[in-house]
Design a protein. Structure first.
Length: 314
């Protein structure tokens, strides 16, 4: 087995949860339906450069990312699943779908989701850092929890590629397999943008690229319309126009993203020892008044309210 590869055979739900969490990010795994036949699963997994690929076969189970399992230190991943046998029920952000055998489904690992697979499942899962997808990250992220058939075009090529990976994971995971990861990213982008709703035009591509740049530099307090516009060779007016067409002004989008991360940290017990000001400064906001007003407007609670409020139980 290659360096870093993982193989676990006939494990229970708790062991599958531990394995899946170590491969991707913290998850909860429970048998589905509860109280049925004894649970079992086989897991093969291997790193592919900065990606992770796993094949899970076994009993039906429910995989979930819940508010309790999500922390600000988790990697920002998109998860792609290919369902090779049984149907599956996907749910994220109000979008629901029933994936059939041969379908892809994508999930944003920074937000809660549920995926229920049926007994006798055979699922290939890929964890991809958003940064690896560059300007395509938002376009793919907008398709979460939607089934994407893998029977034609780039989708069929990606499915065949993953099917081969799934059969040979035990032979992979050496240093040279970063090239396999690069090929997988290219195929994934091709598959998810070939027939994407509202296929991207040049303006939308530029907005996606600006968003990726801004998120990569979100901790910088000097990040603003002027600095971002200059970094992309456009005028402030052009940047305003681009985001106006996208539906949200740049400054409002950036403020929302920063406040979302501050909110997540303030709800995370791991940051209880830090002051509210230091949490806010971590995400580029150095004026406590802006934090208090912004959190109240966006979440209906002040920073102190968030700290005092009991953590969600799930």
């Amino acid at each position: 087995m290659g360096e870093g590869a993982l193989h676990v055979h006939r494990v229970g739900a708790a062991a599958l949860q531990a394995a899946a969490s170590s491969i991707l990010a913290p998850l909860t795994v429970t048998a589905s339906p509860p109280g049925g036949a004894p649970f079992h699963a086989d897991v093969d997994a291997a790193p592919m450069g900065r990606l992770a690929v796993a094949r899970i076969r076994g009993s039906g189970h429910l995989v979930a990312r819940t508010p309790r399992t999500i922390t600000s230190s988790d990697p920002e991943l998109l998860k792609l699943t290919l369902h090779r046998s049984r149907p599956a029920l996907a749910d994220q952000g109000g979008q629901q779908s029933r994936a059939r055998a041969g379908d892809f489904v994508a999930f944003d690992m920074t937000r809660p989701y549920r995926l229920e697979v049926m007994d006798g499942c055979d699922v290939l899962a890929v964890g991809v850092p958003r940064a690896e997808l560059g300007r395509h990250a938002d376009a793919i992220g907008r398709q979460t929890a939607r089934r994407l058939p893998a029977d034609t075009g780039a989708q069929a090529v990606l499915a065949a590629f993953l099917d081969g990976l799934g059969r040979h994971l035990h032979e992979l995971a050496g240093p040279a397999d970063a090239h396999v990861g690069d090929a997988l990213v290219s195929l994934l982008v091709a598959a998810f943008t070939e027939h994407a709703p509202g296929r991207m035009d040049t303006a939308t591509e530029l907005v996606d690229r600006i968003r990726v740049y801004a998120l990569a530099n979100i901790c910088d307090p000097s990040l603003c319309v002027a600095s971002v516009a200059a970094a992309h060779g456009i005028s402030d007016r052009q940047l305003h126009r681009l985001f106006q067409h996208a539906g949200t002004p740049f400054w409002a989008w950036l403020r929302h993203e920063r406040l979302a991360r501050i909110h997540r940290d303030l709800r995370d017990p791991a940051h209880d020892g830090r002051t509210i000001a230091s949490v806010a400064a971590r995400w580029g906001i150095h004026d406590p008044r802006h934090v208090g007003r912004g959190l109240k407007e966006q979440y209906g609670l002040t920073a102190r309210d968030l700290r005092r409020r009991p953590r969600p139980s799930d």
